[in-house]
Ligand binder design. Structure first.
Ligand code: NAP
Ligand code: G4F
Length: 328
């Protein structure tokens, strides 16, 4: 039985990856932070076989202890402060967790691997947010990075640190440059889930309208269940490398509103959506569209869920959640 450690197991991707590894017969360990983390109950429900260990990405000692207990063959470093808007208000903490946290995990992995640095395979959750003010369309592994947020800058640090540990110490350390991926488990602070939750509530008469920021930005949105499969595939390769994971199709926030509202029978959503400057960002990433040719050629990876399927899946899930909340 292979053993894997997932940091960020309480997050969207952590839960999907935990399920995938469990199905593949892995013994799954998950890093959980905080003394009374409210997500623990949900993780225990979704992943009853996973062993949860307590620690924090900012605390190297805790990571060394967790690594020793889990003794994993594969480490998936998904833990991060991941909400871009939040990163301007908490730039220091974002740097500590999303940036330096990667270095801490690499060090803990290197320490446990000892004289055989490649014996533990390491995945780093890099992000298309690193492309920021995009220097090329579509974006691929070699595209110059130009981050536009403290989160993006922290991710660039983690990305290059991962490459550096691979080149300096011969670690089997790979970075997945993942474009936006969503699901019914997406946090409600992110734009897709904010819209699908509001649309479900509008349909059920629980809410009249929603307030949004920039509707012109474009994102390359895929399904989280597909994207965690790409993470696993990266760690099964004989040599570590970096891969863009994306659908290659981009949509604006307006398109997102079109699809979500159409699913509840509303074709003109203008009366339901208002603008609030508070949701604008100090610097915006205007256009993301990824070229995942390398992942297709080397990993045999391709997305299986398109944009319309993804958003309608999320609206349906939120309708069910909202109805269940009424019954409880
Ligand atoms: P998420 O739902 O926000 O999950 C983030 C996870 O990080 C949570 O489990 C959170 O724990 C954990 N975490 C936060 N601070 C921590 C700390 N100090 N120590 C240990 N764990 C900590 O994010 P996601 O969407 O699953 O994304 C997973 C990873 O991929 C993140 O690194 C994200 O930046 C990256 N990424 C995501 C996307 C995307 O579109 N989803 C795209 C590219 C890259 P709590 O539950 O306790 O807060
Ligand atoms: O859903 P978002 O908050 O995601 P964002 O900033 O693209 O970041 C996500 O994807 C990254 C990969 O590129 C990850 F690395 C990161 O961890 C995270 O998962 O915002 C998407 C777009 C932005 O352009 C934002 O300005 O939606 C725009 N937007 C417009 N109105 C809004 C809103 N975003 C949010 N969250 N809320 C709004 O009301």
């Amino acid at each position: 039985m292979k053993r894997a450690l997932i940091t960020g197991i309480t997050g969207q991707d952590g839960m999907y990856l935990g399920e995938l590894l469990d199905r593949k017969g892995y013994e799954v360990y998950g890093l959980v932070r905080g003394q009374n983390n409210p997500k623990v109950a949900e993780v225990r429900d979704v992943l009853p076989n996973a062993k949860l260990l307590f620690g924090d990405l900012t605390d190297l000692g805790s990571l060394l202890r967790v690594m020793e207990i889990a003794a994993p063959e594969e480490v998936y470093n998904l833990g991060a402060i991941s909400f871009v808007a939040h990163s301007w208000e908490n730039a220091g903490m974002t740097t500590d967790v999303t940036g330096k946290g990667v270095l801490n995990m690499l060090e803990a992995t290197r320490k446990l691997a000892g004289s055989d640095p490649a014996s533990i395979r390491f995945y780093q959750a890099s992000s298309s947010e690193m492309f920021g003010k995009v220097q090329e369309v579509p974006q691929k592994e070699s595209t110059l990075l130009w981050p536009r947020s403290p989160y993006g800058v922290a991710k660039v640090f983690g990305h290059y640190m991962t490459i550096n540990y691979r080149e300096s110490y011969g670690m089997h350390a790979s970075s997945g440059i993942l474009f936006n991926h969503e699901s019914p488990r997406r946090g409600i602070e992110f734009v897709t889930r904010k819209v699908t939750t509001a649309v479900a509530r509008i349909k059920l008469g629980k809410q009249d309208s929603l307030t949004m920021g920039n509707l012109e930005a474009s994102r390359d949105w895929g399904y989280a269940g597909d994207y965690v499969d790409a993470m696993w595939r990266m760690l099964q390769q004989p040599a570590a490398d970096d891969y863009v994971i994306a659908t290659g199709v981009t949509h604006t926030i307006r398109d997102l509103l079109d699809v979500a509202f159409a699913h509840i029978g509303i074709t003109d959503w203008a009366d339901y959506v208002s603008y609030d400057k508070q949701y604008e960002r100090p610097a915006e990433v205007d256009l993301l569209i990824g070229d995942a040719t390398k992942a297709k050629d080397v990993l045999g990876w391709e997305p299986t869920v398109d944009f319309t399927e993804l958003i309608t899946m999320m609206v349906d899930s939120d309708l069910e959640l909202q109805r269940t909340a009424d019954r409880d």
